[in-house]
Design a protein around this ligand. Structure first.
Ligand SMILES: [Zn+2]
Length: 412
């Protein structure tokens, strides 16, 4: 009997240029080969027309409840944050963000979150690590909104929700208890932002609290670390050490970590070795700030690095449409990742390597793995990055969840 599939994708290309046909059954790849098996039948067949097929995209770091709040925060917040003066930026974050957070209301938060998730699905982003502020100003309102919307979107994408004490733990007494409550409500990951505490001892206490809680509850940790151009910041190291101490190898993510760009080489090398030992993954968002993690060195050392959208139209970044291809395109310029080999690395950092960072298993296109993929209008990776257009088809566990079409007719 000939092979029968739920969905068959024919005439597609892989990133290395080789032809591929995909047979999908029960949400997983049942056939990955240069051509479809002889006489294959399928409930639905998509002729990719020579288009590139990639894994679906992974957004390693996203402030999800803050999306589309720039008009509430005002341009002044953005001006202060991007002024280059990290001291002023920090104070502006506390002031402007608190002013917006005091207004948090599910009535306006949820439509904003839906808009950002609709954009994600349309752009083929099916896994997101979403940070949600949980502190004594936001309390649990943003978390309630994100968890409610996550439920609405459960058939479309996977949200890893991080209970994130944006204002610190020791700086903001009460935040730890609220984060623990957020985990009971349904948040997945223990968050942290140790570098904003007032002393190294307090930063250490912040990291230890998060890692101990994650270990006790069998969860992952994800933190914003060392997010300023200060070579004295050491909270990435604290996170890696604490993961080792609490048996959290391979279950931690460090976001931003921009201070590492200012470290002397021996210090950076020791930290890379320690990160390897701890199985610490990194997320960089080089389009949202002038300084960035030394991504190339980390990749060359074999440390998993993902890219993140970070922000969409908030006090930190005025643009963003939840397109990881757009983020990769911008990263190509900020990181100078321009050669063909570099383009493949960019693709990895928004697909398979990003999945490794987030602990998402079996994300690669391969028989037996979940069929989460995008079929692009162009056949070459270079063109797909140049255009950073919406995929023609987005497929989640074998089901088409978005179809896009763009046509232009020149008038002569
Ligand atoms: Zn961030």
């Amino acid at each position: 009997m000939s092979a029968a599939y739920d969905l068959l994708v024919t005439d597609a290309r892989l990133a290395d240029g080789s032809p591929v046909a995909l047979g999908i059954r029960d949400g997983r790849y049942a056939h990955v080969g240069a051509t479809a098996p002889e006489g294959a039948r399928a409930a639905r067949t998509i002729d990719a027309g020579g288009g590139l097929v990639t894994e679906s995209f992974v957004n390693g770091h996203m402030h999800l409840e803050k999306v589309h709040t720039l008009d509430r925060a005002g341009d002044g917040a953005l001006a202060a944050y991007t002024s280059g003066n990290m001291g002023a930026a920090l104070r502006s974050i506390v002031r402007e963000a608190s002013q917006v957070k005091r207004q948090y209301d599910r009535d306006w938060l949820e439509p904003n979150i839906r808009r950002a998730l609709d954009a994600a699905v349309a752009h083929g982003v099916l896994h997101i690590q979403a940070f949600v502020d949980v502190d004594t100003t936001a309390r649990l309102v943003g978390m309630e909104a994100v968890l409610a919307v996550r439920e609405e979107y459960r058939d479309l994408l996977d949200l890893q929700v991080v209970a994130f004490p944006q204002d610190g733990l020791l700086r903001d007494p009460g935040a730890a208890e609220l984060c623990e409550e957020a985990l009971r409500m349904g948040a997945d990951v223990v968050g942290g932002i140790p570098w904003i505490e007032m002393t190294d001892a307090e930063a250490q206490a912040h990291v230890s609290w998060a890692c101990r809680l994650a270990a006790e509850q069998g969860r992952r940790v994800a933190m914003l670390v060392d997010d300023a151009g200060d070579p004295g910041l050491r909270t990435t190291q604290m996170l890696a050490e604490s993961m080792l101490e609490h048996g959290l190898e391979g279950r931690g993510v460090a976001c931003h970590a921009r201070a590492l760009a200012t470290y002397p080489q021996p210090t950076l090398q020791r930290l890379m070795d320690l990160s390897q030992a701890a199985g610490l993954g990194f997320v960089s968002d080089p389009h949202t700030g002038p300084l960035h993690l030394p991504v190339r060195e980390f990749l060359e050392d074999g440390i998993p690095v993902a890219l993140g959208q970070d922000d969409i139209e908030d006090a930190y970044y005025p643009f963003g449409r939840h397109s990881m291809l757009e983020v990769a395109f911008l990263a190509a310029h900020t990181l100078r990742f321009l050669t063909g080999a570099d383009q493949r690395l960019l693709l990895d950092m928004i697909t398979t390597r990003a999945a490794d960072v987030l602990g998402v298993p079996d994300h690669a296109i391969g028989e037996g793995n979940p069929a989460n993929l995008c079929i692009h209008p162009d056949g070459r990776l270079r063109d797909v990055l140049t255009e950073h257009a919406r995929p023609r088809w987005v497929i989640r566990e074998g089901r088409v969840v978005a179809e896009s079409e763009t046509t232009t007719r020149l008038q002569r």
